[in-house]
Design a protein around this ligand. Structure first.
Ligand code: MLT
Length: 260
């Protein structure tokens, strides 16, 4: 699967995997904010943004394989710093499970290691069906949007909400359904957390209600070489909602990695 991607800057490669149902556009402030010294590669995962939208269930392993294929096509053989937000984090765990030699540092943002409960998985199937029936991503967007951003963003930066709403509404229904069904069958990655030995930065928005700070803190606590940073005035999309705080945490992490 040939993914659409952006590839900006020169230097050590940093790969950023977006959340659901979004696209690489959510990394605008990271792509412009990392400055020189880093090559930021941000794909649109299968079924989202400008990438192809095949039929079927998009398992996290399949999405991981797409990302590794992109790295191969770019002839990037050195291990990368891999960042993933929410669903992007689930994909990052799959990359760690199957291709760990390709990763030298991990950034987990507003994500979780556990699998869906049966109730959440059933709810995802109902949402997938609703999106396909409506031939529009709208049913999922309407449900998710109020929970995606923190109160501080709705109150103080409403201009940050509309562009992402538009992006989500444009998501192809088949891609939305494929991702929902793939997330519903993803494995529990908690057993592998203790084996992640590379440096890991864990970020969470202090107002995240989808992957709440307490749950993310517990995940970080199970990863031996990890550091947790709680991003103020941000919900589930912390790097997008408060790019100043998120970028300084990420840049500090990247500098510490490259000083080794
Ligand atoms: C995301 O932001 O990628 C989603 O909230 C992930 C999920 O639904 O589990």
């Amino acid at each position: 699967m040939r993914l659409a991607y952006s590839d900006e800057g020169t230097g050590r490669p940093v790969v950023l995997l977006h959340g659901f149902p979004l696209s690489r556009a959510m990394w605008c402030e990271q792509i412009s904010g990392f400055g020189s010294g880093y090559r930021v590669i941000a794909p649109d995962l299968r079924g989202q943004g400008d990438s192809p939208t095949p039929d079927g269930v998009y398992t996290m392993d399949e999405l991981a394989g797409d990302v590794v294929e992109m790295l191969d096509s770019l002839k990037i053989v050195e291990p990368v710093v891999l960042g993933g937000l929410s669903m992007g984090g689930y994909v990052a765990f799959s990359i760690m499970a199957h291709y760990s030699s390709r990763v030298r540092g991990l950034i987990l943002m507003d994500t979780r290691a556990s699998a869906d409960t049966p109730e959440v998985a059933r709810d995802r199937e109902a949402s997938a069906q609703a999106v396909l029936d409506a031939n529009s991503a709208h049913p999922v967007v309407a449900k998710m949007l109020p929970r995606l951003f923190g109160k501080a963003t709705f109150d103080e930066h409403p201009e940050r909400v509309e562009p992402l709403r538009g992006l989500m509404e444009q998501s192809p229904p088949r891609g939305v359904a494929g991702a929902l069904r793939g997330m519903a069958v993803r494995p529990d990655r908690r057993p592998m957390l203790a084996e992640i030995s590379i440096p890991t930065l864990v970020l969470v928005g202090e107002e995240d209600v989808i992957t709440p700070p307490d749950e993310v803190k517990a995940m970080a606590g199970a990863i031996p070489n990890s550091r947790l940073v709680v991003i103020p005035k941000a919900g589930h999309l912390a790097p997008y909602e408060n790019p100043g705080a998120a970028n300084s945490a990420i840049l500090e992490f990247l500098q510490s990695l490259h000083a080794r």
